[in-house]
Design a protein around this ligand. Structure first.
Ligand SMILES: [Zn+2]
Length: 576
């Protein structure tokens, strides 16, 4: 999802003031004195966030079949969810998840002969519930395929601030028709349906059948397979034929008009089917406005590899909240407006997630910068492609104002921790890639890394370590020091310097001794000198009779600068 900021405001600020500090916004890079705190991780959160317990690690989910009736009058769901899985070891108990406020009516299971068998002779399970976890005693031998069937119902949590604070959204459109959606990236899919609610086990496919009443339409991820009407109720059948992150599984219910379109890939010649669902009142402007997605998809294909879901298609669905990267059914609620730079950043950002977050997904949310940082950087790359290098740099400088440096970009593991208010996984994440590009200093290698990392891990879950490994391999260098600074330390490096008129003294501060990022200084706007600063102070002869001004290259690398007269003395002491 998109970070909740006001871009125009930031843009005006950037070009109105050269130095300014407002609440949480800094034109200069800052390392706050005090680190940010983490919330108390309750038992509920631990049960949800700890992905690698024996009750979860012992099986691999291959398929979900959701059958859910939406009762908009009572804001109520009734459903049957079937999960197909394979035992990875001999097991006697498994954990699945469902928020405590939802009622479990029954759970049953069966051993299957194959992945395609539907299963008969279900055995009723005596399950126990503990906070959001459901423990089901079920004996399976290693490699056995089994099915769990859960019948449940209840009033799902209502979203306090969708998509950032998620839950169900029960709205009405301007014509008074129900307009319903759900978001749960922060909370987890078990907010509304029972599942193995982890990010490191995606099903290979999913069927999503949604029943609604009257003349409403239910839209979900993947391909539309058709509808079945029974009296006043209609079931809309959707099918996702690719691995899917569970928080991406979603529904939209309302009165929708369909915009059918297609895109022929300039890369592969394949034809991508496009089916947008919008409120009928917005049909004409939507036709025009949403067409921009095609240019963006074409660009992303070029730099990040093929659109990942040709078999599922692409669609934007008008949502009663701003936006969300729901796989092959992206939520769009930005009012058909372009931002100051001529495109709709919700379409641009959420579509980038099809590559970053959906195609490759972080195996633990502690690495969610792999979704948000990469998607944010993808926006900047689109700006570079369409508007040039200066616009790209301006775009990133605008984002730099939101970098907080209060907590490391990589968060706590096993806590399902994703703080939507912490802009660093977005903006600092993007700046880490921008800085990495400068450090690698070879666009061919840099873009090969991005594309290879995405293509080679298509449909898989990955970690920061996987990315670092590829960067090291492709660049032929060991850049562990770079990532350990930018991902695991909260502070960004500061280049401390002092120019006494004859000599220029400099060193990195807020770094470990392994940090060896090179950086240029620019003399009188013309002469560039490459510095190799370390944590120890160094000296360079720069006479103010020859040059009157020294500038830093901190617009292509993320670091702060600070004048420190004591470097002269420190240098002298080190020489003794
Ligand atoms: Zn996002």
């Amino acid at each position: 999802m998109r970070h909740s900021i006001r871009l125009l405001f930031a843009y005006i600020l950037l070009f109105t003031f050269s130095s300014c500090s407002l609440v949480g916004i800094h034109l200069q890079v800052k390392n706050p004195k005090h680190p940010g705190s983490y919330p108390h991780f309750s038992k509920t959160i631990k049960l949800l966030g700890d992905q690698n317990t024996k009750y979860r690690n012992s099986y691999d989910v291959t398929f979900y079949n959701l059958n859910i009736t939406v009762d908009q009058k009572n804001k109520y769901l009734k459903g049957v969810v079937e999960m197909r899985a394979i035992a990875l070891t001999n097991l006697d108990t498994i954990q699945i998840d469902l928020f405590e406020n939802m009622i479990v009516k029954s759970i049953s299971y069966a051993t299957l002969m194959s992945h395609t068998e539907t299963g008969t002779g279900l055995i009723t399970a005596n399950f126990t519930r503990n906070h959001g976890a459901i423990f089901i005693p079920i004996k399976q031998k290693e490699n056995e395929i089994f099915k769990i069937r859960i019948e449940y119902e209840g009033k799902p949590v209502i979203a306090p601030k969708p998509p950032w604070k998620g839950g169900f959204v029960w709205k009405k459109d301007k014509e008074g028709n129900p307009w319903i959606g759900v978001t749960c990236e922060t909370e987890g899919a078990s907010l509304w349906w029972p599942c193995k609610d982890v990010t490191n086990d995606e099903p290979d496919s999913a069927a999503i059948n949604i029943t609604v009443s009257g003349d409403l339409t239910a839209v979900s991820n993947g391909k539309f397979l058709g509808k079945e009407t029974n009296g006043d109720k209609t079931t809309f059948k959707w099918y996702v034929s690719n691995p899917i992150n569970l928080y991406n599984v979603t529904i939209y219910v309302g009165k929708f008009a369909l915009i059918e379109d297609s895109l022929k890939s300039a890369e592969s010649g394949k034809v991508l089917s496009i089916n947008h669902y919008v409120l009928p009142a917005n049909l004409e402007k939507a036709k025009k406005h949403l067409a921009q997605a095609k240019e963006q998809i074409a660009f992303y294909e070029k730099i990040f590899g093929e659109y990942p879901w040709y078999s599922d298609g692409y669609k934007l669905v008008e949502s009663p909240y701003e936006g969300m990267e729901h796989q092959s059914a992206i939520a769009y609620g930005n009012g058909y407006k372009n931002s100051y730079n001529g495109f709709d950043y919700i379409i641009l950002h959420e579509s980038a997630h099809e590559w970053w977050g959906n195609s490759i997904s972080a195996s633990d949310l502690s690495d969610v910068w792999l979704h948000e940082g990469f998607a944010t950087y993808a926006e900047a790359l689109f700006v570079e492609k369409t508007q040039g290098e200066n616009a790209y740099l301006r775009y990133l400088l605008m984002y730099r104002m939101f970098i907080k440096n209060k907590r490391p970009v990589v968060g706590p593991v096993g806590a399902r921790f994703f703080d939507y208010k912490d802009s660093d996984v977005y903006m600092k994440g993007a700046w880490i890639l921008h800085t990495l590009r400068t450090v690698i200093a070879d666009d061919k290698i840099f873009f090969d890394i991005l594309k290879s990392f995405r293509v080679e891990n298509n449909g898989k879950t990955v970690s920061s370590l996987d990315f670092i490994k590829m960067v090291n391999e492709k660049s032929g260098r060991n850049l562990n020091w770079f990532f350990s600074q930018y991902l695991n330390k909260r502070e960004v490096p500061f280049l401390e310097f002092y120019w006494d008129g004859t000599d220029f003294y400099y060193k990195w501060k807020q770094v470990d001794s392994t940090f060896i990022m090179q950086s240029e200084i620019i003399l009188d706007g013309l002469v560039r000198i490459l510095l190799k600063p370390t944590a120890n102070v160094q000296k360079l002869s720069v006479s103010n009779k020859t040059y009157s001004e020294i500038a830093f290259n901190n617009y292509t690398q993320l670091f702060g600068t600070k004048e420190n007269k004591r470097l002269v003395k420190e240098f002298g002491t080190n020489q003794k």
